[in-house]
Design a protein around this ligand. Sequence first.
Ligand SMILES: [Zn+2]
Ligand SMILES: [Zn+2]
Ligand SMILES: [Zn+2]
Length: 497
Amino acid sequence: MRRVDAVPSVGAPRAGFPGYSEASPLDFDGLGAAARQGMVERLVGGTFDAWADAASRVGHCAHPIKLVGSSSRVDRATGEVTSTYSSRHEPFGVTYVRCGNRRGSVCPACSRIYARDTFEMIRAGVVGGKSVPEQVSGNPLVFLTLTAPSFGPVHAAKGGQRCRPRDGHAVCEHSRSVACWQAHEGDDLAVGTPICPECYDYAAHAIWQWWAPELWRRFTITTRRVIARAMGVPDLRLGEVATLQYAKVAEYQARGVVHFHALVRLDGPKTLEGYAPAPASITPLVLAGWLEEAAARVHFDAPPCAGHDAGRLRFGAQVDARSVTATRGDDPHAPLVGEQVAGYLAKYATKAASDTTDPRRGCGHYRRLRATIDDLADHRVAGDGYELMGKWVHMLGFRGHFSSKSRRYSITLGALRRARARWQRIATDSARDGRQMPVLDFADLIADDEEETTLVVGSWNYVGTGWDTAADTALALAAADRARAYDQWRAETAWRA
Ligand SMILES: [Zn+2]
Ligand SMILES: [Zn+2]
Ligand SMILES: [Zn+2]
């Protein structure tokens, strides 16, 4: 039986955790004067404990959703009302629900849960667990990175090497030097910005980004074709010998264009349960070769947009396909371990354009890119395939999912969320009734979820988003940060032990 771990509550003392002290359960040093004043008002008014409880129940979400209403649990068999719940009985007369935002810059607390779920989802597809059979770890697995092509030379951090060592006198048609003799650090704001903004093809960049999800879709189709041909079966009968599974995230590079990271796994024949063992002859190296071939072949002829013809779109020539082992073996040359890759992908799934595209970046590169997208959106014609382009300016024209997976890669994020909600309900009920929390297997949590014997009847209204004052928001953020520090400390001490 695998125990499902509790999410730590922030208020309780943690033996040995240096971030906790009896005198100051939260780190208030970083709070501004307004937040301190707000906290004092809550203490004086006697509402601090109630607020701290409410904040703790939503995991210190920065912008919780406020609902008013009530619901009843009804036994399906007898029609008996087993419990009722109403927001009227909450201390502030409203029920707070997590915002659930994936982006760390919007809500650190909810983004950490999203990252944790993404990690669990990706990890289960590597080593099994969470209802995924462990045999899956025996199937060939490859970590793949697909980048965008070049839209013009940009400044780059090259690990201490010079950026663009060229003849110091050579200039482009805009009389700018084509060379850069600096050795940029990774955090240099020039990194990712064009050597010459006039030479840089902003329209081609915007058009490629717009079609990046379509290129990925075609890549998965092309890969299946390559595999079918290599295995000697017709395309439509590939499922009789093998199935392709993947978990993918999109990440912005410094130049403001997405690239894709994916864990790609080859399973055996298609079955109802999925995760069948792959044919023994197919090693991760063989799979990596097929992925490289598909990446080189895939293309999409983009329709022109507002007079700009980007022509045939492809991925960049830098295709990186590396084999992944489920666990660290004795082989020192085994380059990647599933756990590491899962953590890496989960981290990038929580980033968005605004988190990586620092607005201070030199020469207004992102401003110019946004202006180009606005301009294309303004001058496009009906039915050209660029509908709603203007709506995605804040994402620098990327309209795809930041994290997605094939059906049988692993468990879904939705099932993980439902299992957590059910776990929390059992924990709350146990605490209220003074009972010991039962030891639960993950399979129990999702199995019960499927055959629910009770019916929940309710009526709810949305009344707003966010805490009532800036002080409350600052306190929630401070508590969320402390929970993060605690988790990190716990992970480090567990690792050392
Ligand atoms: Zn939130
Ligand atoms: Zn440079
Ligand atoms: Zn130029």
